[in-house]
Design a binder for this molecule. Structure first.
Ligand code: NAI
Length: 261
């Protein structure tokens, strides 16, 4: 538990499912007031808010598309109206969409970049503006991916969005370090969430994924949320512009595991 988080306000985009929902739950357990942004799944977002409220926590649900500036502006407006301040913004919403590059349409490319990268910019932009107004050492956490580092054929738009997100994280970390605004990223490997539902329920695809993971298992959303809580807290007070990989070793070149090469 991180006592300093108590009473602080966190916005989590795409917070109704998977890693986002685990971050929402963990931050609520840390006694933060949480704002759950969802895009389409109102029922799931409301159920999560209810669960938090039943445990004496405070949660607000706000619909919005992270790639649309008015929606992101509204997310901040609703947050301030309800809780009066902002301390943490988690850019978690993201999509992936398989398409070999020679067959990818501009529309497919644009959608992934719009949500994963433009969404990162819009969310960070409103959060930084609010921190500058408040004069508080706010934090931003960007949920990236091992594919900010590992190329991913069939997912060029996704890899570019995460690679671009890494440079964005570092750049704004540098840009606002003087104001004590900390910006960090978390890069998960293969985590058991709805984004991977088809992959992990097919035994062959799951086996192929496990071959890429030295720890020989997929990760749980809670294992990612634990890093988010730490990055939100004062325990990480001197860290900015960094990416924490939570991937069971996926970025350690697993093909070299037995001393090959
Ligand atoms: P998920 O599909 O459960 O979560 C993505 C969330 O983003 C969903 O709640 C979805 O409704 C929301 N979303 C999609 N488009 C949106 C939009 N335009 N506006 C607002 N929200 C929108 O999957 P997961 O795994 O929890 O993904 C969360 C983040 O983690 C994503 O950024 C993803 O790229 C990243 N990630 C996930 C990995 C995994 O293995 N599960 C691995 C590496 C990164």
């Amino acid at each position: 538990m991180y006592a300093d988080l108590k009473g602080q306000v966190a916005v989590i985009t795409g917070g109704s499912s998977g890693i986002g929902a685990a971050i929402v739950e963990r931050l609520a357990q840390e006694h933060m007031k949480v704002v759950i942004n969802y895009h389409t799944d109102k029922t799931q977002a409301q159920a999560l808010a209810q669960k938090i409220q039943q445990a004496q926590g405070q949660a607000l649900v706000v619909q919005g598309d992270v790639s649309q500036e008015p929606d992101v502006d509204n997310l901040l407006v609703q947050t301030l109206r309800r809780f009066g301040q902002l301390d943490l913004w988690v850019n978690n919403a993201g999509v992936e969409d398989y398409a070999p590059t020679h067959q990818m349409t501009l529309k497919q490319w644009q959608r992934v970049i719009d949500i994963n990268l433009n969404g990162l910019f819009l969310g960070s932009m409103v959060a930084v503006n609010q921190y500058l107004k408040q004069g508080n050492p706010g934090r931003i956490i960007n949920v990236s991916s091992v594919h900010e580092k590992i190329p991913w054929p069939g997912f060029a738009h996704y890899a570019v969005s995460k690679g671009g997100g890494q440079m964005f994280t570092k750049t704004i970390a540098l840009e606002y370090a003087k104001q004590q605004i900390r910006v960090n990223a978390i890069a998960p490997g293969a985590i058991d969430t709805p984004i991977n539902k088809t992959k992990f329920t097919d035994p062959q695809q799951l086996a192929e994924t496990l071959e890429l993971i030295p720890m020989q298992r997929v990760g749980h959303p809670q294992e990612v949320a634990a890093a988010a809580a730490w990055l939100a807290s004062q325990e990480s007070s001197y860290m900015t512009g960094a990416t924490i990989f939570i991937d069971g070793g996926m970025t350690l070149y697993p093909q070299f595991a037995e001393g090959k090469g």
